[in-house]
Design a protein around this ligand. Structure first.
Ligand code: ZN
Length: 97
């Protein structure tokens, strides 16, 4: 069993904020590639994506411009987690009081 990724919640919230403000597109479309880190800044957490790490690249057509988004694996997953869903398709983590 994996450790609870507490920072994941933070990343997902940050992604939601950026989607809301228009800094990031809503996830879903676009061409996604995974590859070696480029050493460039991540579009979500703004930290450098080290060459030893996996980098996710997403091509985002914004108007006539093509923008390339870069994410860490964790950041990419947090962004994707904000994909709009028609209610719950799967149950969220159960949190009991
Ligand atoms: Zn990142």
């Amino acid at each position: 069993m994996m450790a609870e990724p507490a920072h994941r919640v933070v990343l997902e919230q940050r992604a939601a904020d950026k989607i809301e403000s228009g800094e990031l597109p809503a996830p879903g479309g676009g061409i996604t590639r995974a590859g070696a880190g480029s050493g460039m800044a991540c579009d979500l957490c703004a930290h450098e994506i080290e060459k030893a790490k996996i980098e996710y690249e997403v091509e985002w057509c914004k108007g006539e411009a093509l923008r390339l988004l870069r994410f860490h694996l964790d950041c990419f997953q947090a962004w994707i987690a904000n994909r709009p869903q028609p209610d719950c398709q799967r149950l969220p983590r159960v949190e009991r009081n």
